[in-house]
Design a protein around this ligand. Structure first.
Ligand code: NAG
Ligand code: NAG
Length: 469
């Protein structure tokens, strides 16, 4: 009897499970179609930005809660950031509603396509349409070719993609635009109709493409944008309740473009600056918060004086110049330090905790960071720290000791890979703090001086000489 019951239960579960499965499968392809798709690929920097606009229609029988996006495995691997939003209302009443995007999987997706699911704010009913905007940011996706160039050569790179947008759905109408930094285009794959005008290549319009259609293209073009990549960046933020936030940033920078070939001639570099070293860069711009002070910039040898700080009430811009211009494959290691007023970044939350609100990412403009570590050193005596970040980061806690520390300080460590400028958004570190701890160090100093003083007095008053009384 009991065996029969379990068997029956199992059948019921199986039926429910398989109907869910078939629901997922139907919702993925037959239920949805894309009426129009427009893709703009911006290749003007070394960070690739892809803007997708999709007009999606539900042609199935049940409401759809999510829309799937598909990308080739090479793109998914270099994906730094993906954002999606739906456009509600028309013209002046247009509002942009940010949506959640999460990686997902389906059985048997062709060609290793990687799927992401966009969760709609409200389910899309049968016959309804929604317009989605997707931003995709890719790093390390421009491959220098030739891989080695001379001092005054221009840098050429390959970009690989598909002329037809990869999608799990039918796309009725689609067009792709590829924007290059200059009109110097070595070659490009044609998938007719393909047109070229100035710095733009147009692929399409293509009509009625079935799910997972793919048509590989290669664009070979000139790109002399500074290929600035920070292989490792460690930012240390030290909170002092005496009013300052001390920041130390350790950079390992590399020019990730085509490798420099031959010997470097500084004479040629300086005499013909417009031609020589077109693919190199000699200065970098760091955007720092306003009211920054005590700025320094140094490398292994010592302080570098070639940095210029321009500051106003909105922002501060620090222009730094390494000791030598950076050519492809060349590296530079340096440290930037500065101090900020704590009251601009430390606040009290409604539950009495204190929190630091600071921006994530890298202050260098248009730079990729392969590995970022942020260490927030909290004052001695702070308790129960935790952080809140706008995206997934690896978090851990450490303890550090500096002079006069008794119990040591909590250090909140955040780590993330593949960082682009769009990751520069605020994060918070919350902690509890008892103000009595602020007195600990001064009291310690006072008591040390007091003891010293007592010792002196005692020394002066004790007669240590050997004399008969
Ligand atoms: C480097 O600059 C910092 C800040 O301006 C200063 O404190 C330090 O003494 C300098 N070091 C050297 C070696 O000049
Ligand atoms: C953090 O600061 C930003 C502005 O820099 C502000 O928009 C945001 O609301 C702040 N977040 C919190 C939790 O205070």
């Amino acid at each position: 009897m009991e065996g029969l019951m379990t068997a029956r239960r199992a059948t019921v579960i199986l039926v429910i499970f398989s109907s869910i499965l078939s629901f997922i499968q139907t919702s993925s392809s037959q239920q949805i179609q894309i009426l129009t798709a427009e893709r703009r690929i911006d290749l003007t920097s070394h960070i690739v930005r892809v803007y997708l606009t999709l007009k999606v229609e539900n042609i199935g029988t049940s409401p759809a809660a999510e829309i799937l996006l598909a990308f080739p495995p090479t793109q998914a691997e270099h994906l730094a950031l993906i954002k999606a939003a739906s456009i509600e209302g028309k013209r002046k009443k247009r509002t942009i509603v940010p949506l959640d995007v999460n990686p997902t999987e389906l059985p048997d997706t062709p060609n290793g396509a990687q799927l992401f699911s966009v969760s709609l704010q409200k389910p899309l009913n049968t016959g309804e349409t929604v317009t989605l905007e997707v931003l995709l940011i890719l790093t390390h996706s421009l491959e220098p070719f030739p891989t080695e160039i001379g001092q005054s050569d221009s840098q050429l790179v390959y970009y690989r993609d598909s002329a037809i947008i990869l999608s799990p759905y039918n796309i009725i109408e689609q067009t792709t635009y590829v924007k290059t930094p200059s009109t110097k285009l070595e070659s490009y794959t044609r998938v007719d109709p393909t047109n070229r005008a100035g710095t733009e290549l147009k692929y399409g319009r293509y009509d009625d493409r079935s799910p997972y259609s793919f048509s590989p293209i290669i664009v070979h073009f000139e790109n002399n944008h500074p290929f600035a990549v920070v292989e490792e960046l460690e930012r240390e933020l030290e909170v002092s309740h005496w009013g300052s936030l001390q920041i130390t940033e350790r950079y390992k920078l590399v020019h990730a473009g085509a490798k420099h070939k031959g010997v470097f001639s500084r004479v040629e570099y300086q005499s013909r600056p417009s031609v020589s070293g077109v693919s190199s860069f000699k200065n970098l711009l760091a955007r720092l918060p306003p009211r920054v002070h005590s700025v320094y910039y140094r490398d292994e040898i010592g302080n570098i004086s070639t940095s210029h700080l321009r500051a106003d009430s909105q922002k501060s811009e620090l222009e730094i110049e390494p000791r030598y211009p950076l050519f492809g494959g060349w590296k530079s290691t340096f440290v930037i330090g500065y101090v900020l007023p704590l009251q601009d970044f430390l606040f009290e939350s409604s539950d009495g905790r204190r929190y630091l609100n600071f921006s994530f990412g890298c202050p260098l403009v248009e730079t990729v960071v392969d590995k970022l570590t942020i260490k927030v050193v909290l004052p001695e005596g702070s308790k129960d720290p935790f952080s809140v970040a706008p995206f997934t980061v690896e978090q851990s806690l450490e303890r550090s000791y500096s002079y006069l520390d008794v119990v040591g300080r909590h250090v909140v460590v955040l780590k993330k890979e593949n960082i682009v400028p769009e990751h520069t958004i605020p994060f918070q570190v919350y902690y509890k703090f008892n103000p009595i701890f602020m007195l600990a160090e001064p009291l310690m100093l006072v008591s040390v001086f007091f003891l010293l003083f007592v010792a002196c007095i005692a020394y002066l008053h004790i007669d240590l000489s050997i004399r008969k009384s």
